[in-house]
Design a binder for this molecule. Sequence first.
Ligand code: NHX
Ligand code: ZN
Length: 662
Amino acid sequence: MPQIPPQEDPHRGHPGNEKKPGYNFSWIYLLLIVGLGIMLWQNQTDENTFDKEISYTQFKTYVQKGYGSAIDVNKSEGTAMLHIAPEHVREVFHQGVEQVGKAPVVSARYPSTEKMDEYLAAVKYKGEVKYVENGRFWTSFLVNFLPLIIIIAFWIFMFRGASAFGGKGGIFGVGQSKAKLFEKGKEGSPSVTFKDVAGQEGAKQEVKEIVDFLKNPKKYTDLGGKIPKGALLVGPPGTGKTLLAKAVAGEADVPFFSMSGSDFVEMFVGVGASRVRDLFQKAKEKAPCIVFIDEIDAVGRARGSRAAMGGNDERENTLNQLLTEMDGFGTNSGVIVLAATNRVDVLDKALLRAGRFDRQIHVDLPDLSERIAIFNVHLKPIKLEPGLDIDLLARQTPGFSGADIANVCNEAALIAARHDRPAVGKQDFLDAVDRIIGGLEKKTKVMTEQEKHSIALHEAGHAAVSWLLEHANPLVKVTIVPRGQALGAAWYLPEERNITTREQMLDEICATLGGRAAEELFTGHISSGALNDLETVTKRAYGMVAYLGMSESLPNLCYYGQDGEYGFQKPYSDDTARLIDEEVKALIAGQYERAKQILTAHKVEHNTLADLLQSEEVIFAADVERIFGPRPWQSRADILQQEEKERVEKLAEERRPDSPEQ
Ligand code: NHX
Ligand code: ZN
């Protein structure tokens, strides 16, 4: 029975991680407050007291003359203070009582108490003699030693924190790992199970196996197998790596330590390594158990790649410690390390070798059927209009991650609420998708007709060229309503393909250049509006030439991910660099010409489309079809869609028997 996960209570802490009582800053504060208090008190007693320092000889003279009314002897300072009687103030200070106060004093260093006592007896001094032990001792003590105390305290703080005293974490717990410990049945443990992880069947299978290793290791070790030490969850952001790890924590019967890679990092040197040590020590005490490190690239980045810049010794030390710890425990000691990252390519090779994170679990973006499953999870709490087509939603969201889909569902609910609708409908979801891809609509942005015209020409250019190219993405709609950074946009529904051919890339580049081409052809001016178009085109073209070997003069050569390995240098010669630049330039120029040709050939249709767009603001694929006629190769896309639909229906069929009342 899943429970609502209790909110984390920051004051309670987790077992094995609580602060040791009394080991905190409070005593430093106490010391400071006491010191300040004493200083203030001292100042107060000395206030309005005119104090003049004199020589001992002078002091004796004053005593002899009977100027003094009382003497304070401060033994710790070695000074004697003579209170001058009001009637003698003028003789001593050459000033009146108004200037020096009612109880002015003079003080002098005396050679020794005995000698002074002798002298006082000799001159028959009748006044009072007070022996003061501390006097201003504390003031001078604080003034002299407070900086030293602070420095020493800081020093202790630093070094204890960096575990110079045994690695058990410093007196302030800086060297302790910040890992949270979850134990099944105990409060705070996540109630996520594998059932809550939609899609990701392959990854789930792998992760389940790890849980199984820990549940009955004998099954594996009896056959001579070794339990793996670590697994790396790899995948783009938002695909549910952390959720998977939480599900492991929820399903496994073993303790689960969870922390983020950045938790190792602190401003103090040596803390990271100490925290790694502490984490593994705690883990070994609780074995069998699972340690989960989120965003491991924070510490696991390849070492020495920035050696020229002095490197990052602290992070390297942390990583080295992590490597050592993972190698250090015996194969079957039962600590399995799970880590998540979206950048496996930057990780240190040593982390990935056998015996450490030797298995990589890829958590990819969900495909159509997985998106349906994810939608089903996130739509559960939402009040839906009856008959909502979830398949359609999944088809409209290619390339969305699980987190994006959750966002769509939430946004749709908010949009429906804003319109006071009783339930969330299809249009709300489509608006939510648009909002998430394109940003907020800016209906109030003021546009002149002139600007609108050139934007309409630009967008109609995209629409026309993409409509007339076989491999360009199918168009959904064209709009000149400003949204986010863009003043207008042509929306496509990209096919979810696994590989892309050269023709498809070229057609897409051509369609993207269609906007500027239309501007140039039909307004005579080119504008800054094509910034994003040119950016994507340039990136794609460089990718084709430098990474995919798709150009005439650099065929089958890939320079991907190779720079940085030998410092900052590019892994090719200057001549090659020039060649790449030339090829990219030629490629883009060629596609631009092609776009212009297409637009010139279909000038009338394009201009009709642009006019329609300017008056309607939003037009759909059907309008484009009315003007240009159906795409001759649309049948192919239709076949694909038909195939997909059949697959989805078959899947739905399969799910139906076990869906009722569960
Ligand atoms: C801008 N954005 O002035 C406006 C808001 C026909 C207008 N920034 O290609 O919207 O012009 O097919 C500095 C200088 C973005 C920052 C110039 C940021 C230009 C989108 C590009 C529509 N649809 N472009 C498109 C678009 C724009 C941009 C900039 C900038 C075009 C085009 C942005
Ligand atoms: Zn454009």
